[in-house]
Design a protein around this ligand. Structure first.
Ligand code: PMP
Length: 375
Protein backbone atom coordinates (compact mmCIF):
# COMPACT_ATOMS: atom_id res chain seq x y z
CA UNK A 1 0.00 0.00 0.00
CA UNK A 2 1.40 3.42 -0.89
CA UNK A 3 0.61 6.67 0.88
CA UNK A 4 0.86 9.76 -1.31
CA UNK A 5 1.84 13.17 -0.02
CA UNK A 6 1.90 16.77 -1.27
CA UNK A 7 0.58 17.74 -4.71
CA UNK A 8 0.00 14.18 -5.86
CA UNK A 9 -2.11 13.35 -2.84
CA UNK A 10 -5.54 12.05 -3.96
CA UNK A 11 -8.68 14.00 -3.12
CA UNK A 12 -9.96 13.46 0.39
CA UNK A 13 -13.33 12.24 -0.86
CA UNK A 14 -14.38 9.89 -3.66
CA UNK A 15 -14.62 11.80 -6.94
CA UNK A 16 -17.24 11.16 -9.64
CA UNK A 17 -16.24 10.73 -13.28
CA UNK A 18 -15.20 13.97 -15.02
CA UNK A 19 -18.14 16.13 -15.95
CA UNK A 20 -20.55 14.88 -13.30
CA UNK A 21 -20.14 17.84 -10.95
CA UNK A 22 -20.89 20.31 -13.73
CA UNK A 23 -24.13 18.65 -14.93
CA UNK A 24 -27.13 21.01 -14.92
CA UNK A 25 -29.85 20.25 -12.37
CA UNK A 26 -33.53 19.52 -13.01
CA UNK A 27 -35.67 22.53 -12.28
CA UNK A 28 -38.13 22.17 -9.45
CA UNK A 29 -41.66 23.41 -9.74
CA UNK A 30 -42.90 26.03 -7.30
CA UNK A 31 -44.16 24.52 -4.04
CA UNK A 32 -47.12 22.50 -5.23
CA UNK A 33 -48.80 22.54 -1.86
CA UNK A 34 -49.31 26.28 -1.96
CA UNK A 35 -50.84 26.61 -5.41
CA UNK A 36 -54.35 25.79 -6.50
CA UNK A 37 -53.59 24.71 -10.08
CA UNK A 38 -50.43 22.81 -10.96
CA UNK A 39 -49.53 23.67 -14.55
CA UNK A 40 -45.78 23.20 -14.26
CA UNK A 41 -44.96 19.54 -14.89
CA UNK A 42 -47.04 18.43 -17.89
CA UNK A 43 -48.97 15.96 -15.76
CA UNK A 44 -52.56 14.89 -16.30
CA UNK A 45 -55.12 16.69 -14.14
CA UNK A 46 -57.23 13.50 -14.07
CA UNK A 47 -56.70 10.99 -11.24
CA UNK A 48 -56.62 7.21 -11.97
CA UNK A 49 -59.86 5.43 -12.90
CA UNK A 50 -61.64 3.19 -10.38
CA UNK A 51 -60.37 0.11 -12.27
CA UNK A 52 -56.77 1.38 -12.13
CA UNK A 53 -57.13 2.11 -8.41
CA UNK A 54 -58.40 -1.43 -7.86
CA UNK A 55 -55.46 -2.87 -9.78
CA UNK A 56 -53.05 -0.78 -7.69
CA UNK A 57 -54.56 -2.09 -4.46
CA UNK A 58 -54.55 -5.69 -5.67
CA UNK A 59 -50.93 -5.51 -6.86
CA UNK A 60 -49.92 -3.98 -3.53
CA UNK A 61 -50.98 -7.18 -1.79
CA UNK A 62 -48.19 -9.02 -3.61
CA UNK A 63 -45.52 -6.48 -2.77
CA UNK A 64 -43.45 -9.04 -0.88
CA UNK A 65 -42.67 -10.65 -4.26
CA UNK A 66 -40.47 -9.21 -7.00
CA UNK A 67 -42.24 -8.10 -10.16
CA UNK A 68 -41.54 -9.89 -13.46
CA UNK A 69 -37.93 -9.65 -14.60
CA UNK A 70 -38.55 -7.08 -17.35
CA UNK A 71 -42.12 -5.78 -16.99
CA UNK A 72 -43.17 -8.77 -19.12
CA UNK A 73 -46.94 -8.36 -18.82
CA UNK A 74 -46.78 -4.68 -19.74
CA UNK A 75 -44.49 -5.39 -22.70
CA UNK A 76 -46.79 -8.15 -23.98
CA UNK A 77 -49.91 -5.99 -23.62
CA UNK A 78 -48.48 -2.96 -25.38
CA UNK A 79 -46.71 -4.98 -28.10
CA UNK A 80 -49.95 -6.78 -28.98
CA UNK A 81 -51.84 -3.56 -29.72
CA UNK A 82 -48.94 -1.86 -31.52
CA UNK A 83 -48.44 -4.93 -33.71
CA UNK A 84 -44.85 -5.37 -32.55
CA UNK A 85 -42.91 -8.42 -31.44
CA UNK A 86 -42.40 -8.27 -27.65
CA UNK A 87 -38.71 -8.79 -28.43
CA UNK A 88 -38.69 -5.26 -29.88
CA UNK A 89 -39.86 -3.68 -26.66
CA UNK A 90 -38.71 -2.82 -23.16
CA UNK A 91 -40.62 -1.42 -20.22
CA UNK A 92 -39.05 1.01 -17.79
CA UNK A 93 -39.68 3.13 -14.71
CA UNK A 94 -40.85 6.00 -16.92
CA UNK A 95 -39.52 6.72 -20.38
CA UNK A 96 -36.73 8.67 -18.73
CA UNK A 97 -35.22 5.48 -17.32
CA UNK A 98 -35.29 4.01 -20.82
CA UNK A 99 -33.64 7.09 -22.28
CA UNK A 100 -30.89 6.79 -19.69
CA UNK A 101 -30.46 3.13 -20.61
CA UNK A 102 -30.29 3.97 -24.33
CA UNK A 103 -27.73 6.72 -23.87
CA UNK A 104 -25.51 4.83 -21.46
CA UNK A 105 -25.62 1.73 -23.68
CA UNK A 106 -24.94 3.48 -26.99
CA UNK A 107 -22.84 6.52 -26.05
CA UNK A 108 -19.90 7.24 -23.78
CA UNK A 109 -16.77 9.38 -23.43
CA UNK A 110 -15.58 10.73 -26.79
CA UNK A 111 -19.01 10.29 -28.38
CA UNK A 112 -21.49 12.98 -29.39
CA UNK A 113 -25.25 13.06 -28.98
CA UNK A 114 -27.25 15.61 -30.96
CA UNK A 115 -30.57 17.10 -29.91
CA UNK A 116 -32.56 20.26 -30.53
CA UNK A 117 -32.46 23.07 -28.00
CA UNK A 118 -34.48 24.21 -26.24
CA UNK A 119 -35.96 20.82 -25.61
CA UNK A 120 -36.50 18.53 -22.64
CA UNK A 121 -34.19 19.51 -19.79
CA UNK A 122 -33.27 15.89 -19.03
CA UNK A 123 -31.31 15.55 -22.28
CA UNK A 124 -28.18 17.48 -21.28
CA UNK A 125 -28.18 15.74 -17.92
CA UNK A 126 -28.48 12.21 -19.27
CA UNK A 127 -26.07 12.76 -22.15
CA UNK A 128 -23.52 14.20 -19.71
CA UNK A 129 -24.11 11.44 -17.18
CA UNK A 130 -23.35 8.89 -19.91
CA UNK A 131 -20.02 10.70 -20.39
CA UNK A 132 -20.85 11.81 -23.94
CA UNK A 133 -20.75 15.35 -25.35
CA UNK A 134 -24.02 17.13 -26.06
CA UNK A 135 -24.41 18.88 -29.43
CA UNK A 136 -27.34 21.27 -29.12
CA UNK A 137 -28.91 22.54 -32.34
CA UNK A 138 -31.05 25.67 -31.84
CA UNK A 139 -34.74 25.45 -32.69
CA UNK A 140 -35.72 27.46 -35.76
CA UNK A 141 -37.61 30.77 -35.65
CA UNK A 142 -40.90 28.91 -35.36
CA UNK A 143 -39.62 27.00 -32.29
CA UNK A 144 -39.42 23.78 -34.35
CA UNK A 145 -36.60 21.26 -34.73
CA UNK A 146 -34.13 22.42 -37.40
CA UNK A 147 -33.79 18.96 -38.92
CA UNK A 148 -31.47 20.12 -41.70
CA UNK A 149 -29.02 21.54 -39.17
CA UNK A 150 -29.38 18.44 -36.97
CA UNK A 151 -28.58 16.12 -39.90
CA UNK A 152 -25.67 18.35 -40.93
CA UNK A 153 -24.25 18.19 -37.37
CA UNK A 154 -23.68 14.43 -37.56
CA UNK A 155 -19.95 13.67 -37.38
CA UNK A 156 -17.89 10.53 -37.03
CA UNK A 157 -18.29 10.89 -33.26
CA UNK A 158 -22.10 10.99 -33.34
CA UNK A 159 -23.73 7.99 -31.71
CA UNK A 160 -27.29 9.22 -31.30
CA UNK A 161 -29.70 11.98 -32.25
CA UNK A 162 -32.74 12.71 -30.07
CA UNK A 163 -35.89 14.01 -31.76
CA UNK A 164 -38.53 15.22 -29.30
CA UNK A 165 -41.97 15.33 -30.92
CA UNK A 166 -44.06 17.03 -29.69
CA UNK A 167 -41.17 19.06 -28.35
CA UNK A 168 -41.09 19.89 -24.66
CA UNK A 169 -41.45 22.84 -23.98
CA UNK A 170 -42.44 24.42 -27.31
CA UNK A 171 -45.06 21.80 -28.31
CA UNK A 172 -43.97 21.75 -31.95
CA UNK A 173 -44.38 18.51 -33.88
CA UNK A 174 -42.06 16.84 -36.38
CA UNK A 175 -44.55 15.40 -38.85
CA UNK A 176 -44.18 12.02 -40.43
CA UNK A 177 -42.87 13.30 -43.76
CA UNK A 178 -40.21 15.40 -42.07
CA UNK A 179 -39.22 12.49 -39.85
CA UNK A 180 -38.90 10.09 -42.77
CA UNK A 181 -36.78 12.62 -44.69
CA UNK A 182 -34.58 13.03 -41.62
CA UNK A 183 -34.21 9.29 -41.07
CA UNK A 184 -33.05 8.91 -44.66
CA UNK A 185 -30.32 11.47 -44.02
CA UNK A 186 -28.97 10.03 -40.78
CA UNK A 187 -26.39 7.27 -41.33
CA UNK A 188 -27.71 3.82 -40.34
CA UNK A 189 -25.12 3.34 -37.58
CA UNK A 190 -26.41 6.43 -35.72
CA UNK A 191 -29.27 5.79 -33.32
CA UNK A 192 -32.30 8.06 -33.73
CA UNK A 193 -34.27 8.34 -30.50
CA UNK A 194 -37.80 9.59 -31.06
CA UNK A 195 -39.21 10.85 -27.77
CA UNK A 196 -42.97 10.65 -28.11
CA UNK A 197 -43.92 11.35 -24.48
CA UNK A 198 -46.85 13.50 -25.68
CA UNK A 199 -47.82 11.65 -28.83
CA UNK A 200 -51.38 10.89 -27.69
CA UNK A 201 -52.11 14.64 -27.79
CA UNK A 202 -51.21 14.93 -31.44
CA UNK A 203 -52.40 13.59 -34.78
CA UNK A 204 -52.51 9.78 -35.04
CA UNK A 205 -50.72 9.87 -38.41
CA UNK A 206 -47.62 11.46 -36.93
CA UNK A 207 -46.52 8.55 -34.78
CA UNK A 208 -43.28 6.74 -35.33
CA UNK A 209 -44.05 3.07 -34.63
CA UNK A 210 -44.92 2.34 -38.27
CA UNK A 211 -41.41 3.43 -39.25
CA UNK A 212 -39.60 0.80 -37.20
CA UNK A 213 -39.74 -1.77 -40.00
CA UNK A 214 -37.94 0.57 -42.39
CA UNK A 215 -35.45 2.15 -40.00
CA UNK A 216 -33.57 -0.32 -37.77
CA UNK A 217 -31.68 2.58 -36.14
CA UNK A 218 -34.90 4.11 -34.72
CA UNK A 219 -35.86 3.80 -31.04
CA UNK A 220 -39.18 5.20 -29.83
CA UNK A 221 -39.92 6.23 -26.27
CA UNK A 222 -43.43 6.55 -24.84
CA UNK A 223 -44.91 6.94 -21.42
CA UNK A 224 -47.86 6.33 -19.14
CA UNK A 225 -47.08 9.60 -17.34
CA UNK A 226 -48.96 12.03 -19.57
CA UNK A 227 -52.15 10.97 -21.41
CA UNK A 228 -52.56 7.89 -19.18
CA UNK A 229 -52.15 9.95 -16.04
CA UNK A 230 -49.76 7.67 -14.15
CA UNK A 231 -46.77 10.00 -13.67
CA UNK A 232 -46.51 9.10 -9.99
CA UNK A 233 -46.11 5.38 -10.66
CA UNK A 234 -43.31 5.56 -13.27
CA UNK A 235 -44.08 3.43 -16.31
CA UNK A 236 -42.91 3.88 -19.88
CA UNK A 237 -41.93 1.76 -22.84
CA UNK A 238 -39.47 1.63 -25.68
CA UNK A 239 -39.97 0.18 -29.15
CA UNK A 240 -37.07 -0.43 -31.53
CA UNK A 241 -35.48 -3.13 -33.65
CA UNK A 242 -35.05 -6.52 -31.98
CA UNK A 243 -31.30 -5.92 -32.16
CA UNK A 244 -31.40 -2.63 -30.25
CA UNK A 245 -33.85 -4.06 -27.73
CA UNK A 246 -31.59 -7.09 -27.14
CA UNK A 247 -28.57 -4.88 -26.50
CA UNK A 248 -30.55 -2.75 -24.07
CA UNK A 249 -31.75 -5.83 -22.21
CA UNK A 250 -28.11 -6.85 -21.71
CA UNK A 251 -27.37 -3.56 -19.96
CA UNK A 252 -30.70 -3.08 -18.16
CA UNK A 253 -31.41 -3.46 -14.49
CA UNK A 254 -33.64 -6.39 -13.64
CA UNK A 255 -37.13 -5.67 -12.23
CA UNK A 256 -37.32 -2.16 -13.73
CA UNK A 257 -41.05 -1.60 -13.22
CA UNK A 258 -42.81 -2.26 -9.92
CA UNK A 259 -45.74 -4.67 -9.63
CA UNK A 260 -48.02 -1.75 -8.84
CA UNK A 261 -46.92 0.26 -11.87
CA UNK A 262 -47.23 -2.71 -14.23
CA UNK A 263 -50.72 -3.54 -12.96
CA UNK A 264 -51.90 0.06 -13.22
CA UNK A 265 -50.43 0.60 -16.69
CA UNK A 266 -51.96 -2.62 -18.05
CA UNK A 267 -55.42 -1.56 -16.86
CA UNK A 268 -55.01 2.04 -18.05
CA UNK A 269 -53.96 0.69 -21.46
CA UNK A 270 -57.19 -1.33 -21.54
CA UNK A 271 -59.27 1.85 -21.10
CA UNK A 272 -58.46 3.67 -24.36
CA UNK A 273 -61.81 5.50 -24.39
CA UNK A 274 -61.08 7.08 -21.04
CA UNK A 275 -57.64 8.15 -22.21
CA UNK A 276 -59.12 9.55 -25.43
CA UNK A 277 -61.70 11.55 -23.45
CA UNK A 278 -58.95 13.08 -21.29
CA UNK A 279 -56.92 13.91 -24.37
CA UNK A 280 -59.92 15.50 -26.11
CA UNK A 281 -60.59 17.69 -23.09
CA UNK A 282 -56.97 18.80 -22.84
CA UNK A 283 -56.67 19.45 -26.58
CA UNK A 284 -59.84 21.57 -26.50
CA UNK A 285 -58.43 23.55 -23.59
CA UNK A 286 -55.12 23.95 -25.41
CA UNK A 287 -56.84 25.36 -28.49
CA UNK A 288 -58.99 27.64 -26.32
CA UNK A 289 -56.00 29.09 -24.48
CA UNK A 290 -54.05 29.54 -27.73
CA UNK A 291 -56.99 31.41 -29.25
CA UNK A 292 -57.48 33.65 -26.19
CA UNK A 293 -53.75 34.46 -26.21
CA UNK A 294 -53.98 35.22 -29.89
CA UNK A 295 -56.90 37.59 -29.14
CA UNK A 296 -54.44 39.47 -26.93
CA UNK A 297 -51.81 39.66 -29.67
CA UNK A 298 -49.76 36.88 -28.10
CA UNK A 299 -48.87 34.28 -30.70
CA UNK A 300 -47.75 30.90 -29.49
CA UNK A 301 -46.41 27.94 -31.46
CA UNK A 302 -49.04 25.38 -32.43
CA UNK A 303 -48.70 22.67 -29.79
CA UNK A 304 -49.14 18.92 -30.12
CA UNK A 305 -48.72 18.36 -26.38
CA UNK A 306 -50.74 18.88 -23.20
CA UNK A 307 -49.07 22.26 -22.78
CA UNK A 308 -48.51 25.59 -24.51
CA UNK A 309 -45.35 27.62 -24.85
CA UNK A 310 -45.55 31.37 -24.34
CA UNK A 311 -42.28 32.78 -25.73
CA UNK A 312 -42.25 35.65 -23.24
CA UNK A 313 -38.50 36.26 -23.62
CA UNK A 314 -37.30 38.76 -21.01
CA UNK A 315 -40.74 38.75 -19.36
CA UNK A 316 -40.71 35.01 -18.61
CA UNK A 317 -40.01 35.29 -14.88
CA UNK A 318 -42.49 38.13 -14.54
CA UNK A 319 -45.19 36.03 -16.17
CA UNK A 320 -44.33 33.09 -13.92
CA UNK A 321 -44.68 35.31 -10.85
CA UNK A 322 -47.97 36.71 -12.13
CA UNK A 323 -49.27 33.15 -12.58
CA UNK A 324 -48.22 32.27 -9.02
CA UNK A 325 -50.12 35.35 -7.83
CA UNK A 326 -53.17 33.78 -9.49
CA UNK A 327 -52.33 30.50 -7.72
CA UNK A 328 -51.10 28.67 -10.83
CA UNK A 329 -47.62 27.15 -10.99
CA UNK A 330 -46.09 27.18 -14.47
CA UNK A 331 -42.61 26.39 -15.77
CA UNK A 332 -40.48 29.40 -16.71
CA UNK A 333 -37.18 29.28 -18.59
CA UNK A 334 -35.22 32.43 -17.94
CA UNK A 335 -35.20 34.85 -20.84
CA UNK A 336 -36.98 32.34 -23.06
CA UNK A 337 -40.55 31.64 -22.14
CA UNK A 338 -43.16 30.00 -19.98
CA UNK A 339 -44.66 26.55 -20.45
CA UNK A 340 -48.23 26.12 -19.26
CA UNK A 341 -49.68 22.63 -18.77
CA UNK A 342 -53.35 22.52 -19.65
CA UNK A 343 -55.92 21.52 -17.06
CA UNK A 344 -59.47 22.74 -16.56
CA UNK A 345 -61.11 26.00 -17.60
CA UNK A 346 -60.61 27.60 -14.17
CA UNK A 347 -56.87 27.09 -14.43
CA UNK A 348 -56.90 28.53 -17.95
CA UNK A 349 -58.83 31.55 -16.71
CA UNK A 350 -56.26 32.08 -13.97
CA UNK A 351 -53.42 31.97 -16.53
CA UNK A 352 -55.23 34.52 -18.69
CA UNK A 353 -55.79 36.73 -15.66
CA UNK A 354 -52.05 36.54 -14.99
CA UNK A 355 -51.24 37.37 -18.61
CA UNK A 356 -53.44 40.45 -18.33
CA UNK A 357 -51.41 41.72 -15.37
CA UNK A 358 -48.11 41.73 -17.30
CA UNK A 359 -48.15 44.97 -19.29
CA UNK A 360 -46.54 44.85 -22.71
CA UNK A 361 -46.33 41.08 -22.77
CA UNK A 362 -47.45 40.86 -26.39
CA UNK A 363 -44.61 43.19 -27.41
CA UNK A 364 -42.07 41.02 -25.58
CA UNK A 365 -43.11 37.85 -27.38
CA UNK A 366 -40.21 36.42 -29.33
CA UNK A 367 -40.47 35.10 -32.87
CA UNK A 368 -44.09 36.01 -33.62
CA UNK A 369 -45.64 32.89 -35.08
CA UNK A 370 -48.57 32.12 -37.36
CA UNK A 371 -52.02 32.23 -35.82
CA UNK A 372 -53.22 28.99 -34.20
CA UNK A 373 -55.91 26.95 -35.96
CA UNK A 374 -59.38 28.35 -35.29
CA UNK A 375 -58.09 31.62 -33.87
N1 PMP B 1 -39.73 13.00 -22.46
C1 PMP B 1 -40.27 14.23 -22.43
C2 PMP B 1 -40.20 15.07 -23.66
C3 PMP B 1 -40.87 14.69 -21.27
O1 PMP B 1 -41.38 15.92 -21.24
C4 PMP B 1 -40.93 13.87 -20.14
C5 PMP B 1 -41.57 14.30 -18.84
N2 PMP B 1 -41.58 15.61 -18.54
C6 PMP B 1 -40.34 12.62 -20.22
C7 PMP B 1 -39.76 12.21 -21.40
C8 PMP B 1 -40.26 11.72 -19.05
O2 PMP B 1 -41.40 11.03 -18.85
P1 PMP B 1 -41.51 9.81 -17.87
O3 PMP B 1 -42.41 10.23 -16.80
O4 PMP B 1 -42.07 8.72 -18.74
O5 PMP B 1 -40.14 9.46 -17.40
Amino acid sequence: MSVQTGASRPAAAPQPRPGITSLPGYSRSAAKATVRWIASSNESPVPPSPAVLEAIAAAGKGANRYPSLAGDELVATVAARLGLDPGQMLAGAGSLALLQLLLSTYAGPGDEVIYAWRSYEAYPILVGAAGAAAVEIPLDAAARHDLDAMAAAVTEATRAVIVCSPNNPTGTVVDRGELVGFLHRVPPHVLVVLDEAYREFTLPGDEGVGLLADFPNLAILRTFSKAYGLAGLRAGYLAASADIAANLRRAALPFPVSRVAVAAAVVAWAEPDRMAATVAQIVAERDYLAARLHDRGIRVPRSGGNFLWIPAGPRARELEAACLDQSVSVRAFDGEGVRVTLGGREATAAVLAAVDTVPGLAAAIQNPLPAPAGA
